[in-house]
Design a protein around this ligand. Sequence first.
Ligand code: DGL
Length: 265
Amino acid sequence: MANTYHSEQTIGVFDSGIGGLTVANAILDLLPAESILYYADTAHLPYGRKSPDEIRSYSHHITGYLLDRDCKAIVVACNTASAAALDYLRNSFPEVIIVGMEPAVKPAAQATRSGVVGVLATAGTFRSERYAQLMERYAGNIRVLQNPCTGLVEKIEAGLTEDPDTMSFLNGILQPMFSAGADTFVLGCTHYPLVRKALEQLVPADSVIIDPAPAVARQLYHRLQARQLLAPSDHPPQYRFHASGPEASLHRALTYYWPTEFSIV
Ligand code: DGL
């Protein structure tokens, strides 16, 4: 297939809110020459409680927005949107590189010593067909305990990542997992690595916490490389951020989590 894209174009990244910044950060680390245009769909947050049809429609709109603004690849930096819309997006935009994500059940099944794994994701991810397939494929020999952490995305968007209430909320989720012997925890929602510090204080010291963001960045690298679309190393990257609704959480999060210059568009 002829390449209609070129290497100096931008990577489009989207999430319902600030969670996808965890993935954008991993892209920045691995691919520092790439420009990024980030779309936070704060008008429709949280995705975790929306229907698959609604999420497909938002994701389609956002992908169109990003492609209209010179993007050469799309990263669905949201497990819930990937679960509901990844196949649909790939069918709708067959010529585009679209990288998605899924809860890291496979690496967790390899990492656990106790055979018990805790998965933290949204309700939307847990009820998806993609998640059911993941469980069927990789969780046959382990016990998986799931929690949709209802309300956690809103706390993170509000900047309450180290608040005592957030700590006790997380503790309430983790205690039953510890009691059942869980030693490995999957962050199956891109917002949840933003409370990683709090989680690390709560889990036993030898626990494994898995954030799939670096693996998503590596996949993006391979997909771009295969199409000869990696930005040249001397390409000066630009980082632009857009919120479809309220912008406060994005502004706040960027000051904490974005290590370099950026603009809000
Ligand atoms: N960050 C998203 C994910 O990875 C979803 C958060 C939400 O519910 O909006 O699943």
